[in-house]
Write a new protein. Sequence first.
Length: 459
Amino acid sequence: MTLQETLHLFWRAGFGPDPTQVPRLVQLTRAEAVDLLFQDAQHYSPMDRAEMPASMRWRKQMRNNPEDKKAVRKFNLEQLGDMNIQALNEFAFSRAQLREKMFLFWHDHFACFVPFAYMLQLHINKLKVEALGNYRTMLHTVAKDAAMLEFLNNTQNRARKPNENFAREVLELYTLGIGQYTEQDIKEAARAFTGWNYDDAGAFWLVERWHDTGTKTFRGKTGAFGGEDILNRVLDDPATAAFLAKKLYAWFVSDKPNPKREKEIAEVLYGSGYAIDQTMRHIFMSDWFYDPKVMGNRIKSPADLLTGFRRQVGLTFKDEQVLFALQRILGQTVGHPPNVAGWKDGRAWIDASTLVFRMRLGEALLSNSDLQMESRDLPEQPAYGKLDKLQTELSLQHFYELCAGLSDAELTEFICGVTAVPQNKLHSRIRPVQAAWPLEKKVQHVLLETVRSPEYQLC
């Protein structure tokens, strides 16, 4: 593959390649590179920062006296923070780049947050396990997940007083999409999901006395449907595969819709019985995935931007708490989606304040300097003020070794090529290095010029 195709694949199927691997990766064929991504995806770690409590009934714990309530919240907040940092470090340094990227996709698709760390950790690990598995299995698993049942109020869904929230989101956001069902279908589906709950260990529990065993009519069919029947019926409809295909295309290829390619992806997904790995392999092996029109045309999500930079320069933080502030400012806190619909993607990542911050971020991290972000630029968010405790540690030795012996022009082209989008020919527009500079200064100069360029915001 060409350098541009290699970078494109490893940015879309992960968080960008490790620069030390690029000389080897460009020697691979397309099939070999895709195989490598899938092979490495098997070597992943589950999230393990939250401790299992005596009971998953966290609301009962919160009903105790004020001091107990405060202690429970503090305990969970600390563990949620540890989980967030673990997720970001896995994004940056895990060998399983494809699985981590797929996890982030499903985390956005099944957007969910509960303030109980262990419950959320169980949810996240289910997404990781099934990230490249089968969507039918994943949907059934997530639909019976304690965090999802809690988040979407299905613990309140009972035969005498159905709660439609869970059923509505299953149809609208996880399967068919708007326009493929009626309000009456939501009501009937909600009846089928009555009694779906979880026990003290967080395992699925059908509370029989709360479950509506009566006849339901759902999308033209009548029967004593339970929740599993509803899930299977919507999965049997090709409209679900079509809905998922649009999201996969937008996330991994281009946010400009392409009905022809979306239909192709849907046919592979549905024809394979919802095999996610087969579907993703088809996308990555297709010629149209490497069309120049889709390479380098996506605005990096905050997770892509921050993680990709960390991978390129081996960036770590002495105080990892800084990561929370950076995520909040950039607009994407992993583990805490903004709402049930997930994050808005594409151009939504950029506005007047975040663009300036994003373009200053790489330079500040490279030079270990302060970052100023006024509180007025963060509506409804805490005022962080100046971030003067970045305390970053870099590892640029790999760049020094890779660039040793290169001419100034070759050095500039190489660094721009492995860190930004080659087709933009950024190397011809940045300020040139000086021949008298030592190698280290030349490398650092080109890196600084690259990370503060508009092109660096794209992948």
